[in-house]
Design a protein around this ligand. Structure first.
Ligand code: MN
Ligand code: MN
Length: 277
């Protein structure tokens, strides 16, 4: 009796281990938000200040009151059913020497509080979604850029995820002066927030897997766009496709710096011509 009980216990235990292991194999891992590199070698400089949160990593520019760039991983591992929190708020984790941009700094400016890491890319938990609403993740973005061109590309990124891919996305901006719904402006909030002139994004598309940076090859799909921060923008993001090299020339950054130089040389020189929706 005791022997057969032991045997039953043994089989239940082994069976349970088998089931939990095979479950694990189907899980898409969350990648390191900074896996492709730190484009500006951000550190402690107030113009190039490195910030890493669980949900994204960035270089923050305290003089501009915006990030220089934000980098994040997107896969099904980040997506769930958490509702859009809409809790725009100052990032109180910024050094006290910085002006902590508030939602009111954008009020009446004619520019949207434009997410870098989008709300809809972080829906696994309420905490994750809420983190995208910190003002340190925002730029003054022309409404037609944000709500049309940019939204279309963000939606396409999530479509790529639904098709079995995982993405590394780096978004940034440069220059000064944009045209929102209330006309041309160079700064908001009495100069505390700079309105960027151009807004760019680089997307590395990989089939779901592990060791992501090691799987980037010279034929990996890389989408790069560089758009005007203007309300007269074309709604089609594909209009603005460019090379990573061109963005690097404009910004002085080394995007995808963790990818071997010989591979960067190829993937950064070509303009994407893949599907756009
Ligand atoms: Mn947006
Ligand atoms: Mn590069």
């Amino acid at each position: 009796m005791l022997k057969s009980l032991k045997r039953v216990t043994y089989f239940v235990l082994v069976g349970w281990m088998f089931v939990s292991c095979s479950k694990e194999e189907g899980v898409v891992p969350k990648g390191d938000n900074l896996a492709m590199g730190n484009p500006s070698e951000a550190g402690t400089d107030f113009a190039n200040y490195f910030i890493e949160k669980a949900q994204y990593a960035m270089s923050y520019n305290s003089y501009r009151g915006t990030p220089n760039w934000v980098s994040w991983h997107l896969s099904s591992a980040w997506l769930g059913s958490a509702a859009r929190q809409d809790d725009f708020r100052a990032d109180n984790s910024l050094p006290t020497a910085f002006h902590r941009v508030t939602p009111a700094d954008y009020t009446g400016s004619g520019f949207d509080r434009g997410h870098n890491a989008p709300s809809a890319d972080r829906t696994l938990t309420i905490t994750d979604n809420s983190a995208t609403f910190l003002m340190s993740n925002m730029i003054p973005q022309a409404p037609n850029n944000n709500q049309q061109t940019w939204a279309n590309l963000e939606n396409y990124c999530r479509k790529l995820v639904s098709q079995g891919n995982e993405l590394y996305i780096i978004m940034g901006q440069y220059g000064k002066g944009g045209t929102g719904s209330a006309g041309y402006k160079e700064t908001l909030a009495g100069g505390k927030v700079t309105v960027p002139n151009r807004i760019w994004k680089v997307i590395v598309v990989l089939p779901v897997g592990t060791n992501d940076v090691g799987r980037v090859t010279s034929s990996t799909r890389v989408i790069a766009i560089d758009t005007p921060n203007s309300n007269s923008i074309n709604t089609s993001w594909a209009t603005y496709r460019t090379t990573v090299d061109a963005i690097e020339a404009k910004t002085g950054y080394d995007v995808l710096s963790n990818v071997p130089a010989s591979i960067q040389k190829v993937i950064e020189a070509s303009v994407d011509n893949g599907p756009t929706s």
